[in-house]
Design a protein around this ligand. Sequence first.
Ligand SMILES: Cc1ncc(COP(=O)(O)O)c(C=O)c1O
Length: 480
Amino acid sequence: MTPGIKVAQRITERYRTLSPASARAFDAAAKSLPGGDTRTMTTYAPYPLYFSRGDGARVQDLDGRWYHDIVANYGALTHGHNHPALTESVHRQIQRGTALGGPSTLQYEHADLLRARVPALERLRYCNSGTEATMWALRTARAHTGRDVIVKIDGGYHGTHDWGHVSAFMPGGTTHPQLLPDLAPAELAPGVPDSVLRAVVTVPFNDAEAVADVLSRLRGRVAGVIVEPVLGVGGGVPAHPGYLEEVRRLTVRDGVVLIFDECATFRLGPWQVKHGVRPDLSTFSKVVGGGLPIGVFGGRADIMSLFSPSQPQPVHHASAFGGNSLSLAAGTAALKTFGDAEIAHLDRLGERLRSGLDAAARSAGVAGRSVGEGGLSYFHFGTAPPQDAAGTAAARRGRGRLRALVHLHLLNEGFLTARHGLMCQHIVTGTPVIDAFVEAFARTLRVLRPYVADHHPELLRDRPVGPPTPPMEPNGEAAR
Ligand SMILES: Cc1ncc(COP(=O)(O)O)c(C=O)c1O
């Protein structure tokens, strides 16, 4: 057995030793849930940890072990678990009912808070998830323009509807030619019909020329361009300066609806407010629901007026739990306790994390770089940080086991991250936790050096001399 394989075995054995109750839960769950889980992203080998509770910025597994939460439900949470203001608001509301079969004042109170923060959000509507929000934004763009085609980014993730699952960076699908046959083939997830490719065209991220080219060749046919300002599942790649400004200019020129999917980037400010680029429509979810399911789509008042029943042909928008009182009670408390100071705190944590991870990779002598923006970070092996989904795919190719071992070793060290590499923080996370995480990450890479030497020698670097992590601030502060 090679030294690398021995290391891999030790990490997996330790994981099994630490989490026997999760192993048993996995066996029990697999009787009802294919794969023992109900979310593809949270399932991993040999079995995922099953959590029973969360408190602040930590979660506890079935064996009673606490983990620092460095994933924040895949970026969907910002307030930590069991935040007093959110919990109290939900308790109060649940005694009055969850969904009362009519409009409620909670809806416009929450909407007013959102509009006050996001000027482009002149009018909005509620649904139950980011998937629904982006689906509605696309339909709204089509209804407004009377056109069919949507331009989407390679590796852009907008949830699980058919249009969103075109080249959504969920490897495992099949490739198909696009509407413009000289464009790179699109990947469709199993079950997504190739007929969607009559109405979806994909272009690389951070490439405004590609958008210009498609808009000019499909002039008069494109309803909307949908883009995440930071390519999330596609690798945490931030928009280059000027990229989305140029896409904005092009879409205005051609009367195309520009949609920013800010489901993940609300935690940055949201992005459009931080960077001063105004889309026609935006989508939000996650944070704005304070830990309960929510989706929001909205934007220009003239476009959103399509939903008003006073229109000759209003767009029919029904949703049994859209705008439900419980999500809005939690969401209102979340918005009231997530202001500039909290966003700045997340930004500082994210920057500290990324520079710490880069230093950790250097100290371990393993080629890797962090990417991301604000409180949204990824780490990729290799020398060059990806600029689009193809770059992310290249950084990940053939390195699935290595990334899985990093994830498992971090769990063994008591830190919960996402297997695909996402790292997000809560407003209740303090800098000492980030510093401790960076140290655990450095240890992880050092432990894995023999594995890297055996399987990925191209990633090995000479170890430079110097401290593995940046010095801790004397009094790392927690936000609360
Ligand atoms: C940018 C973006 N859009 C849409 C979604 C889909 O949201 P949901 O999982 O609530 O359907 C996500 C979820 O991760 C997301 O990050």
